[in-house]
Design a protein around this ligand. Structure first.
Ligand SMILES: C[S@@+](CC[C@H](N)C(=O)[O-])C[C@H]1O[C@@H](n2cnc3c(N)ncnc32)[C@H](O)[C@@H]1O
Length: 259
């Protein structure tokens, strides 16, 4: 439960920006109630401070900005053996999610590790420090690479996960990334896609960003299902968790011909 155990590197504004509503407006509300200032000042300041508290809680707890993610479905790699690709691994929230639930697996964490996607000083070293804190560093390898053009062999992974990455790549980039994931999965392999869902949680915590389309406007399962299935993968389960749409897909098993 401790939000300070790991350092996933999301910047101050994403992590703690709500303090700017909580502290000054909380103090203003306190003064207004105590000193009998006009009611609209007391009520207005209280509402803003309360929104800040709720927003901070949403970001830290249901959205887990500074903690490993939670596996949204037990069906993902239930056998728990083999290799998993974490595409766009960043500082490791999804890699740790997999290894906490599937400790015998090995994760290859691939990321551009350049450009800005919310994580300050995004480096493979930060991911490895988090893996060490979780006690799983010997099951993780971090590699610089492009999810839309992976330097990895065909059919070499039992599973793949990608959290909050493919929704940043635009339509063409998303299609290329899903095609690459399909290519590197073994027959029967599974892909867990997690993307931002501007739902009530996100709208409450980050209303200004949603309003300005920062999270890509509306999204839905059908759009992502279409993109995944165009690559040849088959979606077997879908759902939501706070701030997130997730889809679980499988690569068709090639059945040996019967003679
Ligand atoms: C919002 S962060 C998500 C990181 C991590 N999956 C998480 O949930 O905390 C997006 C990540 O995708 C990476 N990324 C963006 N485009 C990429 C690409 N074409 N190939 C590999 N990684 C990419 C960024 O460098 C960044 O680390």
């Amino acid at each position: 439960m401790n939000p300070f155990q790991y350092d996933f590197g999301y910047g101050f504004w994403w992590n703690y920006g709500h303090l700017l509503a909580i502290v000054p407006f909380g103090l203003l509300a306190l003064a207004a109630w105590r000193l009998g200032w006009p009611r609209f000042v007391a009520i207005g300041a209280s509402i803003i401070a309360l929104w800040g508290i709720v927003g901070l809680w949403i970001v830290q707890y249901p959205m887990r900005i500074n903690r490993p993610l939670e596996l949204p479905t037990e069906r993902f790699l239930a056998e728990g053996v083999g290799r998993v690709l974490d595409g766009g691994a960043g500082s490791g929230r999804a890699a740790l999610m997999v290894l906490r639930e599937r400790p015998d697996m090995r994760v290859l964490a691939v990321d551009l590790y350049s450009g800005y996607f919310g994580i300050d000083d995004n480096t493979p070293e930060r991911l490895m420090r988090n893996a060490e804190k979780a006690g799983v560093a010997d099951h993780v390898e971090a590699q610089v690479g492009d999810l839309t053009d992976l330097a990895l062999e065909n059919a070499s992974f039992e599973g793949a996960v990608s959290a909050y990455v493919i929704d940043h790549l635009g339509r063409e980039g998303a299609e290329r990334a899903v095609a690459e994931i399909e290519r590197v999965l073994k027959p029967g392999g599974q892909f867990l896609l997690m993307v931002i869902n501007p739902d009530g949680w996100i709208r409450t915590a980050y209303p200004f960003f949603v309003h300005h389309g920062y999270f890509g406007g509306r999204t839905n399962h059908d759009r992502w299902r279409g993109r995944i299935e165009a690559s040849g993968l088959h979606v077997v389960e879908m759902g939501t968790v706070p701030g997130t749409l997730w889809l679980l897909a499988e690569k068709t098993q090639v059945l040996a011909p019967t003679i």
